[in-house]
Design a protein around this ligand. Structure first.
Ligand code: 13P
Ligand code: ZN
Length: 273
């Protein structure tokens, strides 16, 4: 079967990277069954031929009006599809969609009429924000990282700033590579517009957003970058958990040591656009 990737090596490279990352998600145990989802903005690869492609399924509503997405193109994981299957066959387990002129609906144009993820409202709300702010980021990743989700079951770690403080203090690299920390979204129904709205507010000020008792959402230059953002924070959570398993509350780096890293490495305090 013909694929939109045929004779488009740059677009193929983007999708190959998605497939590589979904393999990692499965290996890490973050992607049980159909857990997690991905979108990548591929508009820069939409040549005239792609723009002329007809819809292959009826137009569907996003659930939100997103004014910066008019005519944008995305690769999206299919709803109900497994990351481990996507790793082998990304185009059979995801689809290319085009946002309609009303900015509130989309159509599937390739390769197959695979319905996009149920978390599309959250992904597209973030993609809209990235375009609005002139960001060069193209990818959004929702996954179920075990240690971070476990921490979200504790009222202590849901308090503003507490999870970030603890994770930063586990290892200097967490601070260096996630200088905006992790934002918390109190539990909301998966796939809901309320979840999308709350996620959008938190990503404005954080590297990664944690959905209470569910998972994370990260944005990145590409999907590898979004994966790394999540991985860095999950590693810190894992160190915290290992210390607790050994029977003690870890001391953590001192606040002075944390401040020193922030100053010496001139870490950003705002999301770069
Ligand atoms: P989808 O299969 O619809 O992408 O849903 C997976 C998920 O993790 C929902 O939060
Ligand atoms: Zn989920």
């Amino acid at each position: 079967m013909n694929s939109i990737l045929d004779s488009r090596p740059a677009l193929r490279a983007v999708i190959d990277q998605v497939a590589e990352v979904t393999g990692y998600l499965w290996q890490k145990g973050w992607a049980e069954r159909n857990g997690g989802n991905i979108t990548v903005n591929i508009t820069e690869h939409a040549d005239e031929e792609i723009k002329a492609l007809p819809a292959i399924a009826p137009v569907r509503q996003i659930g939100k009006t997103l004014p910066h997405l008019r005519g944008q193109y995305f690769y999206a994981k299919g709803t109900g599809k497994r990351m481990r299957d996507l790793a082998r066959q990304p185009m059979q387990n995801g689809a290319i969609i085009r946002i309609c002129p009303d900015c509130a609906s989309y159509e599937i144009i390739a390769d197959e009429p695979v319905m996009p993820t149920s978390e599309l409202p959250s992904h597209l709300a973030l993609q809209d924000y990235l375009l609005e702010t002139g960001s060069t980021y193209k990818a959004t990743l929702h996954t179920h990282p075990i240690e971070l989700v476990a921490m979200s079951h504790s009222e202590r770690f849901l308090r503003p700033g507490e999870m970030t403080r603890v994770l930063w203090s586990m290892i200097p690299e967490t601070l260096a590579f996630a200088p905006l920390g992790i934002g918390i979204v109190p539990y909301k129904l998966p796939g809901s517009v309320e979840l999308a709205d709350a996620t959008l507010e938190q990503i404005k000020e954080h590297d990664v957003v944690l959905w209470e008792k569910h998972g994370t959402v990260a944005v990145g230059q590409d999907i590898m970058d979004a994966f790394d953002q999540t991985d860095v924070l999950c590693k810190a959570a894992n160190i915290y958990m290992c210390a607790r398993s050994m029977g003690f509350e870890p001391d953590g780096m001192t606040p002075e040591a944390v401040r020193e890293v922030q100053q010496v490495f001139n870490l950003p305090t705002k999301r770069p656009s």
